[in-house]
Design a protein. Structure first.
Length: 98
């Protein structure tokens, strides 16, 4: 048996990239929809604090659109839109505090 082991860098880099977290399909579209409609509803951040009810209602409204557009399950649609909504809320909170 050989004492050395060969390593193929191209294969290793592809495996590393495959292990990274993938962006869920429709995340950016969901963010755009939430950003466009949440201003009409309620702000996601009020006084530097997250408005969890506004976040959930925005995510549910976006999930309905996302599910209709992609045909995915309700759980998958809500998962994608909640991630998108929380990212927007965190960005809005960071903008308020700076």
């Amino acid at each position: 048996m050989s004492a050395t082991r060969s390593l193929y860098w191209a294969t290793a880099m592809k495996e590393i990239q495959a292990d990274r977290a993938k962006r869920p399909a429709g995340l950016l579209a969901a963010q755009g929809f939430i950003a466009a409609t949440s201003a009409k509803r309620r702000p996601l951040v009020v006084g530097g604090a997250y408005d969890k009810a506004a976040i959930m209602s925005a995510a549910i409204a976006a999930a309905k659109v996302h599910q209709g557009r992609t045909g995915c399950t309700w759980g998958e649609a809500l998962s994608v839109t909640l991630k998108a909504t929380w990212q927007l809320a965190k960005a809005a909170r960071a903008a308020c505090t700076h």
